[in-house]
Write a protein that binds this ligand. Structure first.
Ligand code: UTP
Length: 229
């Protein structure tokens, strides 16, 4: 089974932007172990986290256009990606691809390819969907700081309910009130949704608190939220 993994920025940095080193180490260890056990994880996508948002906010305050804010966010995601390369050591492809074509070429080497952002106007969830589509992944697992998709923002609304299975249309309805600007692509952005929809990539949103959750999804356990088509 070919698995593409998206690791949310909020998992690897705390709310002040400090790097959670143990998380990087735990994820690297789990990924290397799964690989030894013959699970194919050709690509991992890293989000930008608080550091990306800090830089984006600073750029916006200085009057930068949104596309420049995005470019700055992309740099932050690539920094996280490079850290993961360091943690995965020899098993990782040594450089961070900057286009989808470069991702495909790097994956062909058989190393684990770590990717950050690619182009303005989208989030790393879109990158994850594009990479999964491009390399014909069997499954996309989005590990994040919530244990699935909720009817409302679970961090703000105590009445929010977790959804076990969700369609793209239902995700669109949940996020329709929110706008999309640099650093604010919560849940899924339009590009990510479009790619998932057209290629019908089996996708899960799960809690990344415990890296072992990845194994649970692959084993068919009913955790997180599954996107259905
Ligand atoms: P993300 O928004 O994907 O990272 O990228 P995050 O905030 O850590 O979100 P999660 O927790 O992983 O979901 C950071 C910013 O980088 C820019 C956007 O501005 C985005 O908000 N970006 C990222 C792009 O412009 N293009 C990309 O392909 C990826």
């Amino acid at each position: 089974m070919k698995v593409v993994l998206k690791i949310g920025g909020s998992l690897i940095q705390d709310e002040s932007g400090n790097i959670i080193l143990e998380r990087f180490a735990e994820y690297a260890k789990t990924i290397l172990k799964l690989r030894k056990e013959n699970m194919d994880i050709p690509a991992i996508i890293l989000g930008g986290g608080k550091i990306a948002r800090k830089y984006i906010e600073a750029a916006r305050k200085l009057g930068a256009p949104e596309s420049l804010c995005d470019e700055i966010g992309i740099r932050a995601t690539q920094l996280n990606a490079q850290l993961m390369v360091g943690a995965l050591d020899r098993e990782a492809y040594p450089t961070i691809p900057e286009t989808l074509q470069e991702v495909a070429g790097a994956v062909a080497t058989g190393k684990i390819v770590v990717v950050g952002g690619l182009q303005p106007g989208q989030s790393t969830n879109a990158v994850a969907a594009l990479v999964a589509e491009r390399i014909k992944a069997d499954i996309l697992i989005n590990v994040t700081d919530v244990d699935g998709v909720y009817t409302k923002d679970p961090k703000k609304d105590p009445n929010a309910k977790k959804i076990d299975k969700i369609t793209i249309k239902e995700i669109q309805e949940i996020i329709s009130e929110k706008g999309f600007s640099a650093g604010k692509y919560e849940l899924f952005d339009p590009v990510a949704l479009k790619i998932l929809e057209r290629s019908k990539i089996p996708a899960w949103i799960i809690s990344g608190e415990d890296p072992q959750n990845i194994l649970k999804v692959v084993a068919g356990e009913n955790i997180g939220t599954r996107i259905v088509y």
